[in-house]
Design a protein around this ligand. Structure first.
Ligand SMILES: [Zn+2]
Length: 85
């Protein structure tokens, strides 16, 4: 494998710290390697947003080798749905 460029690594780090989308079905996907990242911390719901922190467990992944947390953001707006009556 060619050594990944610093620009690509910076991009993956930026996405990991800005927060990736969290899916109840697929979880959070590592922005570097595309594997599902393991949850290490789940924060309580705050309004309609819940943050989680993950680590990628893929041994060949740059984010894993740099020990970088991946933040994920789950948004649930069901409670804000306008009802009929
Ligand atoms: Zn990864």
């Amino acid at each position: 494998m060619a050594k990944p460029s610093l620009a690509l690594i910076a991009e993956a780090k930026a996405r990991a710290s800005a927060g990736v989308d969290y899916s109840p079905r697929y979880g959070a996907i590592c922005p570097w390697c595309g594997e599902r990242a393991k949850i290490t911390k789940t924060t309580p719901w705050e309004d309609n947003i819940r943050l989680r922190y993950h680590r990628c467990l893929n041994e060949r992944c740059v984010l894993k080798s740099l020990n970088i947390y991946i933040k994920s953001v789950e948004v649930d707006t069901i409670g804000k749905t306008e009802t009929v009556k």
